[in-house]
Design a protein around this ligand. Structure first.
Ligand SMILES: Cc1ncc(COP(=O)(O)O)c(C=O)c1O
Length: 411
């Protein structure tokens, strides 16, 4: 058996053991991806992309720190072994649960709004803080993930920074970090412009600044032929800026990257069982009906995102353009859709009930965004370790637990 046949056999075996839909992550891919960021002074993994404990632990062991955005993520990061000093809490607001945990652990906060400074001063007391800057423009693979510009709820508007500096000082907060993240799925068009904008912010906080974070958002090439993000060029531009600013300030500034997707996207596949096939008789309108739906992976529905779909191994069967659709009572429950739900069939063979399909590159924002819609389970997650062995890392979560709690409340 060659290595792709071995992997197909392993996928078939874990699907048999744990059922489908099933996420499978290859931790060696996560570790390899982390090494690509070695030129940055530090790498802070955005936990929201994939919060599986085994994935978090692999990244921590590889030397990453982490960025958390909720009390739940703080708890997960701690369970994976991250110390409070290795976490930064990023948000534009702090809810009650987060206030309690951030305060208890004295987490460093990356404040995305001026009003959060009051929260930080109240729950953590005087100390250090980072400010997330909205430089006035944004970029992303979809409008929904563009996090800069006048209509974004994220970050402190760049023109407000002088007033925020005064407010922080009055509250006894030292601004030691500046952070920018203008969106997810960046192509790199705005790197120079972002650096220039951050240069003005660096000058404004020159007395206290220690760190600059260039955020995450680096795009991943999901579709065949799509250009890969120029991480080398991106790092080069930011490192040159770090060196220039350090010279101007007369002391070393550190540069941090905060990727999510690029560390985990290609580490994950979603295995799903074919439950039937049907056709309207029109071209490209043959449907493979599978047991995964947008409750298992919502990116195609949410963004018109492309994910390659294949059989477990190349088996030489003839293919035709096919749609792949899930079990939910929603017409949008289709994996092969583009923007605005446009049909985007993929080349697949005719398949029998019980055969498996594999949805590729779902390690980022796949399981992390899954839900129990239609009272269906959250999928289980399996990891493949460095020795090639697979183990269950998260069991499927059946909403029947919720059902039991609700039954108890019925009069
Ligand atoms: C503040 C912040 N940092 C980092 C990320 C990671 O982005 P990506 O997964 O696109 O690299 C996000 C994603 O939304 C974010 O909001």
């Amino acid at each position: 058996m060659d290595s792709s046949q071995q992997r197909a056999a392993l996928h078939a075996e874990v699907a048999r053991l744990h059922g489908t839909p099933l996420y499978v992550y290859d931790l060696s891919v996560v570790r390899r991806n982390l090494k690509r960021f070695a030129r940055f002074d530090s790498v802070r993994y955005a936990v929201k992309a994939n919060s599986n404990l085994a994935v978090l632990r692999a990244l921590r062991e590889g030397g990453a720190r982490c960025e958390v955005v909720s009390a739940g993520e703080i708890e997960r990061a701690r369970a994976a072994g991250f110390t409070p000093g290795e976490m930064v809490y990023t948000a534009d607001l702090m809810d009650r649960r987060a206030r309690a945990l951030v305060g208890d652990l004295k987490l460093h906060v990356n404040a995305g709004s001026a009003s959060m400074l009051e929260d930080v001063a109240t729950v953590c007391g005087p100390g250090q803080v980072t400010l997330r800057v909205n430089p006035g423009f944004g970029e992303g693979h979809d409008r929904k993930v563009t996090t800069g510009g006048a209509h974004s709820k994220h970050g402190i508007w760049h023109e407000e920074l002088p007033a925020v500096r005064d407010r922080a000082e009055a509250l006894g907060l030292r601004v030691t970090g500046l952070h920018v993240h203008i969106g997810s799925g960046l192509e790199g068009r705005f790197v120079e412009r972002t650096v220039e904008s951050m240069g003005s912010a660096v000058a404004l906080f020159s007395e206290t600044l220690e760190r600059v974070s260039c955020g995450g958002g680096m795009s991943f090439p999901y579709a065949p032929g799509e250009e890969a993000f120029d991480l080398e060029g991106f790092a080069e531009t930011w490192l040159a800026a770090r060196d220039r600013w350090s010279r101007e300030l007369g002391r070393p500034l550190t540069l941090e990257a905060e990727p999510g997707r690029l560390l985990v996207a290609d580490a994950g596949v979603l295995l799903t069982e074919v439950c039937g096939m049907k056709s309207t008789g029109r071209e490209g309108a043959t449907f493979l009906l599978v047991d995964a739906g947008f409750h298992s992976m919502i990116r195609p529905l949410l963004y018109g995102a492309f994910h390659r779909i294949s059989t477990l191994a190349e088996d030489g069967r003839p293919t035709t353009p096919k749609m792949v659709a899930g079990p939910l009572c929603e017409s949008s429950d289709v994996f092969t859709q583009g923007k605005e739900g446009a049909p985007a069939p993929q080349a697949l063979p005719d398949m029998e009930r019980g055969e498996l399909l594999m949805i590729h590159d779902v390690g980022a924002y796949g399981a992390a965004m899954a839900s129990c819609y239609n009272s269906r389970s959250l999928p289980a997650e399996v990891v493949i370790g460095d020795d090639g062995a697979a183990s269950l890392a998260r069991p499927a979560i059946n909403p029947n637990h919720q059902l039991e709690l609700e039954k108890e409340l019925l009069p």
